[in-house]
Design a protein around this ligand. Structure first.
Ligand code: FES
Length: 131
């Protein structure tokens, strides 16, 4: 199954700019760094600022809050080195559209009927979760 999904048109994101998108419950920043497109989790590893509002410098984005810098191809934090990386997404250009690869999502827990105990009847809609 192709896991790439369209997120924007190439013309929508000008060089040096970013677009915020929402995919699978996650905010993602899609960047145009001089014609090359990258996608990172839109949440700075320090205090959660929106990286899509950051400053693009070459293949880095600088957080708008305190200036942490992340490498666009990998999401690695390169300054300060003590911060964790942010999630990066594979980007593919298909014609004039930008697509990004969706991450595997954890399967939802399976639902089983609640176990019956002696002397009790099972209430409708009572379930417990098994992971
Ligand atoms: S929130 Fe990004 S450096 Fe502070």
């Amino acid at each position: 199954m192709d896991r790439f999904m369209r997120v924007a048109g190439v013309a929508e994101i000008k060089p040096g700019k970013a677009k915020f998108i929402h995919l699978d419950g996650m905010g993602i920043a899609v960047f145009n760094a001089g014609g090359a497109f990258y996608a990172l989790e839109d949440c700075c590893a320090k205090d959660g600022a929106s990286l899509s509002a950051g400053l693009l410098v070459g293949t880095m984005v600088e957080c708008p809050n305190d200036g942490a810098r992340f490498y666009l191809p990998t999401g690695e934090c390169i300054d300060p080195l003590t911060l964790r990386s942010v999630t990066s997404f594979r980007v593919r250009i298909e014609g004039d559209e930008i697509t990004i690869e969706r991450k595997e999502t954890k399967k939802p827990a399976r639902l089983y009927p609640f176990p019956l105990e002696h002397g009790h009847t099972q209430a409708r809609g009572a379930y417990h979760y098994l992971s």
